[in-house]
Design a protein around this ligand. Structure first.
Ligand SMILES: *Cc1c(COP(=O)(O)O)cnc(C)c1O
Length: 221
């Protein structure tokens, strides 16, 4: 069995150029993160605000922290001062709170809108309709401290690779439409965050520019 650094390096070498690897470190200790850090990894993903804040305080300050879990509005204040990208925005209320907190610390925070295309009810995110409504109703001027960088989604957690591929493909087509309609001249809207340990290879065939991988690097949680 390889160690964290070896698994990370193998994975990175196999990723196409231009794809960002977010190493998902939730539930794994600081030492495991440092192993990956010492192998050159700088983008790490966490799902819980409290855990993220603790690791941020303890670990090197040049780490780019990604918030990938469900974000409660009352936790926004804790992560906004340092977070690099929030992947999981799925309501105007959450956008508004991120804007408010980002203004307070004079930051511009990068965010993704999370789509819900999977079959599981438990997953957060916007339907395509809801996402289009949100994009049509929000005026950029009202969110000067936010930069909308793209979309995020999770595929169904099933063995049926055709279903998984269909969901990624739907997300990819939707991204292209949204980009044309709402961000035709904005090159900053360019992130497609999809693909995890079990399905990132499929995701890469369907436009993913950012994969979020935990188990395949750090082992079981
Ligand atoms: C935990 C998690 C991951 C990583 O999952 P693995 O299967 O361990 O690679 C990716 N994205 C989100 C949103 C997660 O919560």
């Amino acid at each position: 069995m390889e160690n964290v650094a070896q698994r990370l390096t193998m994975l990175k070498d196999a990723l196409p150029e231009g794809v960002t690897l977010v190493a998902v470190s939730k539930f794994h200790p600081a030492e495991a993160i440092m192993e990956a850090y010492n192998a050159g990894q700088r983008d790490f993903g966490e799902s819980y605000a409290g855990e993220l804040v603790g690791k941020y305080e303890e670990l090197p300050k040049d780490i780019r922290w990604h918030f990938i879990g469900r974000l409660q509005r009352r936790k926004v204040r804790q992560v906004v001062p340092f977070v690099s990208l929030i992947h999981s925005v799925d309501s105007v209320r959450l956008l508004t709170e991120i804007e408010r907190q980002a203004a307070k610390c004079s930051r511009v925070v990068d965010v993704l809108l999370e789509l819900h295309l999977a079959q599981e009810d438990s997953k957060g995110g916007l339907s395509l309709e809801e996402c289009s409504e949100l994009l049509a109703s929000c005026r950029k001027e009202d969110y000067p401290h936010l930069q909308l960088r793209g979309l995020m989604m999770m595929a169904s957690n099933v063995d049926d690779e055709r279903l998984v591929a269909q969901e990624f493909s739907l997300a990819q087509q939707y991204f292209i439409k949204v980009k044309e309609k709402f961000f035709p001249t904005n090159d900053g809207f360019n992130i497609c965050s999809w693909g995890m340990s079990d399905d990132y290879e499929i995701a890469l065939h369907h436009g993913s520019t950012m994969v979020r991988i935990g188990t395949k690097i750090f082992g079981d949680r």
